[in-house]
Design a protein around this ligand. Structure first.
Ligand SMILES: *[C@@H]1O[C@H](CO)[C@@H](O)[C@H](O)[C@H]1NC(C)=O
Ligand SMILES: *[C@@H]1O[C@H](CO)[C@@H](O)[C@H](O)[C@H]1NC(C)=O
Ligand SMILES: *[C@@H]1O[C@H](CO)[C@@H](O)[C@H](O)[C@H]1NC(C)=O
Ligand SMILES: *[C@@H]1O[C@H](CO)[C@@H](O)[C@H](O)[C@H]1NC(C)=O
Ligand SMILES: *[C@@H]1O[C@H](CO)[C@@H](O)[C@H](O)[C@H]1NC(C)=O
Ligand SMILES: *[C@@H]1O[C@H](CO)[C@@H](O)[C@H](O)[C@H]1NC(C)=O
Ligand SMILES: *[C@@H]1O[C@H](CO)[C@@H](O)[C@H](O)[C@H]1NC(C)=O
Ligand SMILES: *[C@@H]1O[C@H](CO)[C@@H](O)[C@H](O)[C@H]1NC(C)=O
Length: 400
């Protein structure tokens, strides 16, 4: 759980002839040292210094969010290695905010970012299939815990993907193929693309780091959390906080970015399709906690947290809560309401680009944190009452 500073306190003291002003050292951001996996996690004591959180259920306008870069590109059928090509267009990404920030959706009102693959009816192969893709602006992600709440399409013939990427041989991939789903089986494809995958012709199924377990739920029935925890020695894949598999070979050791994508190229061996009708993949949130390869950000962390991490025990480290998801996925106040560290400005100190997308409005400026100072304002109110020869000092310190 989130560790809190006790921000406010009251000092009542009797004034002595020598006025003793006791004030605490001003506080810093609560999570200035980083974000830790729970203590029973593997590897133990894993933590990350930076974060990217986006609440897509309440995001009104993607272009005001500076954390994400919607993609606009085309790929010919030949280059797409399928009978169809691909056309990633901004017009295939729609925001769909819930009515208010207190509203967390229901089975009838879903909300979330919509990534469309356009239906092609019964047309023959050869054109470009409309698709949707967005990537993080930050490309300095080196190890981390990457989580996305997604409701995949029930329309057959698309690939829904949530992945980390540097290039075709340095990639951590979760891919859901809608054509593989049926009433009795819900397979999901977990892949580390590596130099060995290149040798296998990028056919994921032939790569040594490929797993396709069946999910314990229907990924098209609601929002579920898909997650990969990438450390220097392993990549562990989770669905709704349940461990699916851990891979320990071909672990990438270079920085990259994360991407959400929904596409089809008609490849019989993979995406199949394209779908007959428009198919939508919904994204409820992204929560990414990661280390930065950027020396400036590493220095920032050193300054914020201190080389000895001596503030850790005082609340400078926040524990990332596991998603708790019911049978039908995350929906409504009971299970859809979810926690963002960035919702509370006091938690987050210059670890992100576009903090506070949770309010669905224009993002605030990137906030900095100076060592030894609260990034929020610390209001110090001193009321000195002198009554005769006695005085009472009331010092109240509270965050905003
Ligand atoms: C993340 O970076 C911090 C600071 O350099 C380091 O102490 C920590 O071990 C790193 N975490 C992982 C999982 O590598
Ligand atoms: C979204 O924000 C952009 C940039 O601020 C603005 O140009 C555009 O009109 C906005 N779109 C909507 C639908 O509000
Ligand atoms: C997308 O790319 C095409 C081709 O490069 C360009 O003509 C178009 O203006 C771009 N659209 C947007 C919205 O950036
Ligand atoms: C890609 O899709 C966009 C939006 O539907 C469309 O305007 C554009 O013409 C398409 N590009 C190609 C090359 O088909
Ligand atoms: C969800 O919780 C908020 C705040 O507690 C409340 O205002 C709202 O009515 C609740 N929504 C439903 C559907 O219960
Ligand atoms: C991918 O990146 C790695 C690490 O920088 C590099 O060694 C490799 O050559 C790249 N592979 C491709 C296919 O670009
Ligand atoms: C359901 O899908 C699984 C895996 O994709 C397949 O093995 C199984 O035969 C399918 N069952 C039916 C009834 O289609
Ligand atoms: C915040 O981080 C950026 C990127 O490392 C850095 O350029 C900037 O100086 C930092 N701001 C503060 C106040 O530390």
């Amino acid at each position: 759980m989130l560790l809190h500073h006790d921000f406010s306190y009251t000092v009542l003291s009797i004034l002595s002839p020598l006025l003793l002003l006791y004030l605490p050292s001003p506080t810093s951001a609560a999570c200035e040292c980083g974000y830790a996996l729970p203590s029973n996690a593997s590897p133990p004591q894993t933590f990350y210094t930076d974060l990217l959180e986006t609440d897509f259920l309440h995001l009104k306008n993607l272009s005001t969010n500076t954390d994400w870069s919607p993609q606009n590109y085309t790929v010919t059928p030949a280059a797409a290695r399928g009978p169809w090509g691909k056309n990633a267009s901004l017009s295939n990404i729609l925001t769909n905010p819930l009515a208010s920030k207190y509203d967390w959706g229901s089975d009838d009102v879903l909300g979330g970012l919509e990534l469309y693959v356009t239906g092609v009816g019964n047309e023959g192969a050869g054109g470009l299939v409309g698709m949707a893709e967005l990537s993080s602006v930050r490309e300095d992600m080196l190890y981390g815990s990457f989580r996305a709440s997604v409701m995949f399409t029930g329309e057959r013939g698309t690939c829904g993907a949530w992945f980390w990427y540097l290039n075709d041989t340095r990639e951590i991939d979760i891919e859901l193929l809608s054509a593989q789903q049926n009433a009795s089986a819900h397979p999901i494809n977990l892949v580390l693309q590596s130099p060995a995958s290149a040798e296998a012709g990028f056919n994921a199924a032939n790569t040594p780091t490929f797993s396709h377990p069946s999910l314990p739920f229907d990924p098209t029935d609601g929002f579920h959390e898909y997650r990969y925890d990438w450390s220097p020695t392993s990549v562990a894949f989770y669905a709704d906080s349940h461990l699916l598999t851990t891979m320990t070979t071909s672990i990438p050791q270079v920085p990259g970015h994360v991407t959400l994508s929904h596409w089809s190229n008609g490849d019989k061996g993979w995406s199949q399709g394209p779908p007959k009708q428009d198919a939508v993949m919904r994204v409820g949130y992204v929560k990414a906690y990661f280390n930065s390869s950027d020396p400036h950000r590493q220095e920032d962390w050193q300054r914020r947290c201190g080389p000895s991490r001596d503030k850790e025990g005082q609340g400078g480290m926040c524990v990332i809560p596991d998603a708790v998801v019911g049978e039908g996925g995350m929906s409504g106040n009971a299970t859809g309401k979810t926690f963002f560290f960035s919702e509370d400005e006091g938690n987050v100190g210059n670890q992100s680009i576009s903090p506070g997308s949770w309010d669905g409005d224009v993002p605030k400026q990137s906030r900095g944190v100076k060592v030894g100072m609260s990034e929020g304002m610390v209001v110090v109110t001193l009321i000195v009452l002198v009554v005769g020869s006695f005085g009472i000092l009331v010092a109240e310190v509270s965050p905003i």
